[in-house]
Design a protein. Structure first.
Length: 238
């Protein structure tokens, strides 16, 4: 029986690339996304490239944490084991004090409440298994608050803190936990024209980071990995 990787936000960007990575590794995939058409597209794409890959596509809106809880609970009940979870679902909204309550709620629901809800459920299953890997997508904006995206930074800061705590909680159970914290990645979420796409971090860099972490010896661990964007750091130089 092949190992199972559950990936949220899997229909585009980082999640799509990570789905390809685990398909290449021979995993069965459970792909979660809001965008049904994009989800069907990635499912078809993966099936054509990896004919032996078993793919389950689940449409769910992370703006509704209760729905996410129901879906993840159902997935856990129908699978004997979840070997890997990658939490890639997320949104970016510019602004701080000017954001409406509706916009703030959406940011917190998707980036934080639904992500932690889903992760907690899978973490408890992995505890029972005595094995597993959890990778959460943080951001350098969660390590170094950015005024122009203050609310987004706050949600990512919370994810970084949560993941670091989860690392310690799951360590005795043989479960690997890491928060990947990239700067500006070349996805449609950051395609605002301010930075040349060729100068951004490539989504493949996230797959390479995952592969590096997973290649470490059993005695080594990384609970937070930062991937910086050189052009962004150059802008900060005096």
């Amino acid at each position: 029986m092949s190992k199972v990787a559950l990936i949220t936000g899997a229909s585009r960007g980082i999640g799509r690339t990570i789905a390809h990575y685990f398909a290449q590794q021979g995993y069965s995939l459970i792909l979660l996304s809001l965008h049904k058409e994009n989800l069907q597209k990635i499912q078809s794409e993966l099936t054509q490239q990896y004919s032996s890959c078993n793919i389950e596509a689940v449409n769910v809106d992370f703006n509704h944490p209760n729905d996410v809880e129901t879906v993840i609970t159902s997935i856990i009940a129908s699978h004997e084991k979840i070997d890997v979870m990658v939490n890639s679902a997320g949104i970016l909204k510019a602004g701080g004090t000017n954001l409406s309550l509706c916009e703030l709620s959406e940011l917190i629901n998707i980036n934080l409440l639904s992500t932690i809800t889903a992760c907690n459920l899978v973490a408890n299953k992995m505890k029972q298994q005595g094995s597993g890997e959890i990778y959460n997508l943080g951001s350098t904006a969660g390590l170094e608050p950015v005024p122009k995206i203050a609310a987004y930074s706050a949600t990512k800061s919370a994810i970084v803190s949560y993941t670091q705590s989860l690392y310690h909680e799951l360590l005795p159970f043989g479960v690997k936990v890491c928060c990947l914290c990239p700067s500006v990645v070349n996805t449609d979420m950051t395609n605002d024209g301010r930075i040349d796409n060729n100068l951004k971090i490539d989504t493949e860099d996230l797959a390479k980071a995952l592969d590096f972490i997973r290649s470490l010896s059993s005695g080594a661990a990384i609970n937070t990995l930062t991937i910086r964007c050189k052009v962004m750091d150059l802008e900060k130089q005096p």
